[in-house]
Write a protein that binds this ligand. Structure first.
Ligand SMILES: Cc1ncc(COP(=O)(O)O)c(C=O)c1O
Length: 447
């Protein structure tokens, strides 16, 4: 197929922008008002990146759908970019949180829910000891601090085009093999090359080379990259990576915040991984801010040896609050259950099959990948092996068109790439509606 005709793409985009503005007068008016009190007219600056001229303002969300203030219904495949992977306001989370709201929200003292959550996480991930945070970003930051403290080493290692939240050390990329600050690195305290090494995912030689100097406290990684499209590990990658990290005394932190899509214990559960530390944020609270990080027996012993009680200070006053813990208990026990995954994963298979068929039928040079209940299409003919290949396939203009086209037809994808996530209540009809809309968009692009 010849490359996408950019003139045609521009005119299709203009048509879709007009339609969006015409059909969202109330959101448009709220946005104009918001510009007078909110930076960029949005509560979080990146929300200005939604593909429409302004974001649709939400009236209410339930399960796998939401309605905007203009009365339009959307099937939600973005699901808060995983924060609402449970579906919106799932009853198991809401009833646990509602009860706790009336009995105290923040205490700086433990409640019994903390144990229940810790015990559940032990079963899922195999790590014995747990701590809590409010966001995955914070859980990653706290884990890195601990890793540095217990190893006495200053550097960390991440993979090219990873994302772990707004953790300063991770905003680094490889440019022609040289590590340097990545675009979007806002207000870095120091050049990230001082704190961080970066190598390509699936490249064991580069990893070994970087760890050989024994100055790296931890590797912080997702078991599969999910934030630049999905990049899956080669079959023997994880076993070899674990061996290399152990050989050079580097701790391995698995960030399962997105890869929880693989199953109730994330990839650590499905692939029998053996991280030293593990982070699970976003979906763990069913939408209520919460995150957890776990450590092995050995790391726990090192923490006891290297961090005196008087000096303990990872967490913050609100982390581990009673409300978040109740929400985590409700979510883990009643919502993100093994049974829920057995419904979510087949929906993602169906979504990926529908998209793959459309790609083939319209001869588009794209591909689709899937990890558990998360699926994604990428603007490249072959599945990527590393972050660079996935990043090279990104096409901002085309991406915005696909997103806006879908949004105008009642489908929400994640705003940053082409990801779709299935909740426990996402239905076949929801998935098939996406397939229909994706086919229509593809047809218009190649016409
Ligand atoms: C793998 C991963 N870890 C951590 C985070 C940070 O999550 P939060 O923004 O909720 O702190 C993200 C956010 O997208 C993520 O994708």
């Amino acid at each position: 197929m010849p490359p996408i005709d950019r003139t045609r793409l521009k005119s299709l985009m203009e048509r879709e922008q007009k339609r969006f503005v015409n059909e969202h007068p109330k959101s448009g008016a709220l946005f104009e008002r918001a510009r007078k009190s909110l930076l960029g007219g949005v509560p979080m600056h990146w929300m200005a990146k939604w593909a429409g001229a302004f974001p649709p303002f939400v009236r209410e969300a339930q399960g796998a759908e939401f309605f905007d203030v203009d009365g339009k219904r959307y099937i939600d495949f973005c699901l808060g970019d995983t924060g609402a992977m449970t579906g919106h306001s799932p009853s198991g989370t809401v009833s646990a949180a509602e009860q706790q709201m009336r009995r105290g929200i923040t205490l700086m003292l433990p409640s019994e829910d903390a144990l229940v959550v810790g015990e559940e996480l032990q079963k899922r991930f195999g790590l014995p000891y747990w701590q809590f945070a409010l966001t995955a970003t914070d859980a990653n930051r706290f884990s890195i601090r601990i890793a540095r403290q217990v190893t006495g080493r200053s550097k960390i290692l991440v993979f090219n085009w990873c994302y772990h939240g707004t953790v300063d050390e991770t905003f680094i990329t490889l440019a022609d093999g040289v590590a340097r600050a990545r675009r979007g690195n806002i207000g870095p305290p120091v050049d990230p090359a001082v704190t961080t090494k970066v190598v390509e995912f699936n490249d064991l030689d580069a990893l070994e080379q970087a760890l050989r100097t024994e100055d790296v406290a931890c590797v912080l990684m997702e078991p599969a990259l999910t934030n630049v499209g999905i990049v899956l590990p080669d079959p023997a990658y994880h076993a070899a990576l674990r061996e290399v990290t152990r050989k050079y005394g580097t701790l391995l932190i698995m960030d399962e915040t997105h890869t929880i899509c693989a199953g109730p214990g994330g990839c650590t559960g499905t692939e029998h991984l053996e991280p030293d530390m593990l982070v699970f944020g976003k979906a763990i609270g069913g939408g209520v801010p919460a995150a957890a990080y776990g450590v092995t027996e050995e790391v726990a012993r090192c923490i006891a040896d290297k961090i005196a009680l008087e000096d303990c200070d990872t967490g913050g006053t609100l982390a581990g609050n009673a409300l978040s813990l109740a929400a985590m208990r409700g979510t883990l026990q009643k919502v993100l259950t093994p049974e829920a995954f057995s419904r979510m994963i087949p929906m993602a298979e169906r979504w990926a099959e529908g998209v793959a068929k459309a790609i083939a039928d319209f001869g588009l040079p794209w591909n689709v990948t899937r990890l558990g209940c998360r699926a994604e299409y990428l603007f490249a003919a072959n599945t990527p092996k590393n972050g660079t290949q996935a990043h090279d396939a990104m096409d901002f203009e085309l991406e915005r068109f696909m997103h806006l086209y879908a949004m105008n037809r009642g489908i929400l994808l994640t705003p940053f790439h082409n990801m779709a996530l299935m909740s426990p209540v996402t239905s076949k009809e929801d998935v098939d509606q996406h397939t229909r809309v994706f086919r229509e968009a593809s047809k218009e692009l190649v016409a």
